[in-house]
Design a protein around this ligand. Structure first.
Ligand code: T46
Length: 135
């Protein structure tokens, strides 16, 4: 299973760092939504679902967290700890975010507006969805 992690280019100078992201250039899709989580509890696991179509890029712009990705056959764990790293997550991927540092701010750029119908929250249903998609 291939995990796609982008290393964005910081524009650093003697004032500090700046990262700029443009759709279809740095981000492989049109960005329709932006959301972020903070004050996350270190012991808590978020996510625990997949999407049917949504593409996303996760950037831990402050602090750190881990993401467990599962494509129905393989699992991978990815650490996000730099503000210039972006983890690409395609739709049919079960995801769990955990091990948040107390100061973590996790930003997400998403290819679609919020749509509860796009979520698969049951793991067995997710496995069936992966199987059907491969037919
Ligand atoms: C994902 C991972 C990485 C909204 O009203 N609009 C939104 O755009 C989002 C993302 C959430 N919400 C509401 C729905 C829930 O009442 O915010 C509440 C928390 O959302 P949720 O429990 O889905 O959060 P996570 O951290 O489990 O998952 C989120 C995204 O929902 C999901 O698409 O891939 O982050």
């Amino acid at each position: 299973m291939q995990v796609v992690k982008y290393m964005f280019q910081p524009h650093g100078d003697d004032r500090g760092q700046l990262v700029a992201l443009e759709e279809f250039k740095d981000i492989p899709f049109r960005v329709k939504r932006f959301y972020y989580m903070y004050d996350t509890i270190p012991e808590v696991v978020r996510g625990k679902h997949a999407h049917r179509n949504l593409e996303q890029i996760l950037i831990c712009i402050h602090g750190s967290c881990k993401v467990r990705l599962d494509n129905g056959k393989e699992k991978k764990e990815v650490s996000l700890e730099k503000p210039y790293e972006g983890l690409y997550i395609p739709g049919s991927m079960w995801r769990e975010m955990y091990d948040f540092s107390e100061d973590a701010v996790l930003v997400v750029l998403a290819s679609e507006l919020y749509d509860e119908a796009d979520y698969i929250r049951d793991y067995q249903e997710f496995l069936r969805f992966v199987e059907e998609s491969e037919k």
